[in-house]
Design a protein around this ligand. Structure first.
Ligand code: FPP
Length: 253
C-alpha cells in the first residue's frame, strides 16, 4: 500500500509545483472512507465524522477546481448504506442540503457543475430537492464536474444498463451484434463522463466496494491510510504525483 507522509505543516503551495499540469488525471474518483473511525477515535458520535467529512468535501472540491481537474466523483452513499442505523442514514440524507446551503454560491462562483449518479428518485424528497436545485443552477457551468454518487451501486447500475439494452434487442431496435463496449459505457449512469484515471480510497481499506466497476477497468488505484475527515490538499497532491509517476500500459508493454 502506498503510505502517505502526513506533514501537517507542509506548505501545499510548494508541493503543488511538483504536479505536472500537463498530465493531470481528467477524472478522479474517491471512496471517502473512515468518517466513523475518525469520530470513534475522538470519542465522538459517528455523525460527527460525517459532518467533518463534509468539510473535507469542500476542501477537495476547491482543490480539484483550482488545479483544473475536469471531473471529481465522490462516493457519498452506496446502495448498501441503507443498512446503517436509521439515525445515521437520516443524518447522511441531510448532508447534501447542508452542504449545498452553505457551498452552492461558491460552486456557482467557481463555475462548478454539479451532477449526481445513483438511484436518486429513492432518496428522501428534501435530499432530492436540494440536489436537483444544485444541478439546475449549475447546469450551464463549464468548469469542474462535481459528481456525487448517492444511493449508487455499480452492480445495480450495470443491471439497469443490461435491462435497457435487452429491451432494445427484444423490441428489434438493436442487434445483439451491435452491442459494443462503447454502447455499454453510454448506457451507464456515467455516460458523457470519461472513465476515471485515478481512484483514491481513504482509511486504509483495500476494497472497491461496488464503485464504478466497469469504469475503473484501467484506473490507477491509490489507497491512503488517512481517514477521510483528515484528508487534505497535501494528501491529494501526493496522490496525483504518485499517479503521475506510474506507467500506464493499458495491457500493452
Ligand atoms: C464512509 O465512512 C462514509 C460514508 C458512508 C459517507 C460519506 C459521506 C461524506 C464524507 C459526507 C458527504 C457529503 C456530502 C456533501 C454529500 P464510514 O462511515 O463507513 O467510516 P468507517 O468505515 O470508519 O465506519
Amino acid at each position: 500500500m502506498f503510505k502517505f507522509l502526513f506533514r501537517k505543516d507542509a506548505d501545499v503551495n510548494n508541493k503543488i509545483i511538483e504536479i505536472d499540469k500537463n498530465s493531470l488525471p481528467k477524472h478522479v474518483a474517491i471512496i471517502m472512507d473512515g468518517n466513523g473511525r475518525w469520530a470513534s477515535e475522538k470519542r465522538l458520535p459517528r455523525i460527527a465524522g460525517h459532518r467533518e467529512g463534509m468539510q473535507t468535501v469542500k476542501k477537495v472540491t476547491r482543490f480539484a477546481s483550482n488545479l483544473g481537474i475536469k471531473v471529481l466523483t465522490l462516493y457519498a452513499f452506496s446502495t448498501e448504506n441503507w443498512k446503517r442505523p436509521k439515525e445515521e442514514v437520516d443524518f447522511l440524507m441531510k448532508l447534501p442540503s447542508d452542504f449545498l446551503n452553505s457551498f452552492l454560491p461558491e460552486l456557482i462562483e467557481k463555475n462548478v457543475k454539479v451532477k449526481v449518479i445513483g438511484n436518486i428518485h429513492e432518496l428522501p424528497e428534501h435530499t432530492l430537492n436540494a440536489l436537483e436545485e444544485a444541478v439546475l443552477k449549475t447546469e450551464k457551468n463549464s468548469g469542474l464536474i462535481l459528481n456525487f454518487a448517492l444511493n449508487y451501486g455499480s452492480r445495480d447500475e450495470i443491471k439497469q444498463a443490461v435491462q435497457h439494452i435487452s429491451k432494445q434487442c427484444l423490441e428489434g431496435s438493436l442487434l445483439v451484434d451491435n452491442i459494443t463496449e462503447d454502447l455499454i459505457s453510454k448506457t451507464l449512469m456515467t455516460k458523457n463522463i470519461p472513465d476515471p484515471e485515478l481512484v483514491i480510497r481513504t482509511s486504509g481499506e483495500l476494497r472497491i466496494s461496488n464503485f464504478l466497476l466497469w469504469q475503473i477497468a484501467y484506473s490507477e488505484l491509490i489507497f491512503s491510510d488517512v481517514y477521510w475527515p483528515e484528508f487534505n490538499e497535501v494528501h491529494f497532491t501526493d496522490a496525483i504525483i504518485n499517479y503521475q509517476n506510474r506507467t500506464r500500459r493499458f495491457g500493452g508493454i
